[in-house]
Design a protein around this ligand. Structure first.
Ligand code: PLP
Length: 411
């Protein structure tokens, strides 16, 4: 898109603005479907379920597209569950993967007859007291080093709040016996983002998880291997070769099925892979300054709009699109409009010297972008627009001060 087209979008829908390319979303979703078919065809006797992890981007336009491709969904909160149901996912197409929820939330999941995945003995006890004689899934911690673009998203190993480790599995099984709970599935998620160079860590985690299943659990029907399928953010990174991942998994799972015949289904939970590259965050240059020989490019894209750079030190490619591009290249930090020193979108970038009003384009912002946005320092969350091949459509309004204030009790 050129400057006029981008400028048109931000002046119509406000700045900052999330835009999503529908064709890319469909392609990524189809890639996941092909991944599923490849494993299913190779294994023959088991079913593969792909549950889109809606935490990555829960906009209904994306959920509906995912459903049309034949994928199922993971929900992690009452709102995510409600939206999934409104998008037409039926109870057998939803898995509730949760962490440290209260009894009220458990009641909601039970009332909706949704399969729950519990991730500690104390949560299993809480569920068992309320709903004895029911089916559950449990989340284990396979204990390997896991995968992830930051320590903050690694969910396997010795220091993580997720899952039940090997030391506690016998206690877990005893707890389920007390309430006559039937563990029909075992779940693990190793962390978020592996690419070809870290796929060995993912496979090691899968092997370790299924070893624990073989050793401790009887008659498991569903084995859930989580998400983590990565996308390239940095210019030198390459796209994940899904065929290779599928073939390596097939080898491991074939061997497992041969020695563990009760297993009927394997689940995967891709989040980021589907919306990430389809999404861009647009904003505007609002200030330019040089202090102590450092250029600072101020924009209206704050850490409240996209928290990944300040929360994880994550890298996003940033382009500045100008009506009058300069030939002078400067070395600059690109930052937002929030009163926090961490509010820096991109550090040490070589860019053509921008002008006030130029368009800022942050790439790969479709996953964990809007879904992690907030109202910090009273900023309004942006609108979201879907770019279809022949038209664009507003799929979430920009928040207004009135909308936020309507929830405040004033006296
Ligand atoms: N499943 C679970 C339990 C998760 O916590 C997450 C995200 O962290 C995902 C799936 C999706 O992960 P990703 O977006 O890396 O595919």
């Amino acid at each position: 898109m050129n400057y006029e087209q981008l400028e048109n979008l931000v002046s119509t829908y406000g700045s900052p603005l999330y835009i999503y390319d529908y064709a890319t979303l469909v392609e990524r979703s189809n890639q996941m479907k092909r991944f599923k078919d490849r494993i299913e065809n190779a294994l023959k006797t088991v079913k593969i379920n792909m549950h889109y992890s809606s935490k990555a981007n829960g906009n209904p336009a994306i959920l509906k597209m995912v459903k049309e491709t034949g994928l199922k969904v993971d929900s992690m909160s009452p709102l995510e569950l409600n939206i999934a149901q409104k998008c037409g996912f039926t109870k057998d197409q939803i898995l509730y993967v949760c962490n440290n929820i209260d009894s009220e939330e458990m009641r909601l999941v039970h009332e909706n007859d949704i399969l729950i995945c519990l991730d500690s003995i104390s949560q299993v006890e809480m569920w068992g007291k309320m709903y004895p004689n029911t089916n559950i899934m449990v989340r284990i911690n396979p204990g390997t080093k896991g995968v992830g673009h930051s320590d903050k998203v690694i969910t396997s190993g010795k220091v993580t709040k997720f899952g039940i480790g090997e030391n506690n599995i016998t206690k877990l099984i005893n707890a389920t016996k007390k309430y006559n709970l039937n563990i029909i599935g075992v779940h693990q998620h190793l962390g978020s983002l592996f690419l070809d160079d870290t796929v060995d860590d993912y496979i090691a985690g899968v092997k370790s998880g299924i070893e624990l299943i073989r050793k401790y659990f009887e008659n498991i029907k569903i084995v859930d291997l989580g998400g983590g399928f990565g996308v390239p953010y940095k210019p030198h990174e390459k796209a994940l070769n899904l065929d290779t991942v599928a073939d390596r998994l097939t080898e491991v799972l074939k061997e497992f099925i041969a020695s563990y015949p009760s297993v009927e289904e394997f689940n995967f939970e891709p989040g980021r892979f589907i919306p990430c590259e389809a999404g861009m965050l647009l904003g505007k240059v609002t200030a330019i300054k040089n202090e102590n020989n450092v250029w600072w490019i101020g924009t209206d894209i704050g850490m409240n709009d996209l928290v990944r750079p300040s929360m994880y030190d994550a890298y996003h490619e940033i382009e500045i699109i100008s009506a009058n591009p300069s030939s002078e290249i400067i070395h600059a930090n690109i930052c937002g409009n929030i009163c926090e020193s961490a509010d820096v979108l991109g550090k040490d970038r070589n860019i053509p010297k921008p002008n006030i009003g130029d368009i800022v384009l942050v790439k790969n912002a479709g996953a964990y972008g809007y879904s992690m946005a907030s109202n910090y320092t009273g900023r309004l969350r942006p609108a979201e627009v879907m770019i279809y091949p022949d038209h664009e459509k507003l799929i979430r309004k920009r928040e207004t001060i009135e909308y936020i204030e309507s929830n405040i009790i004033w006296d």
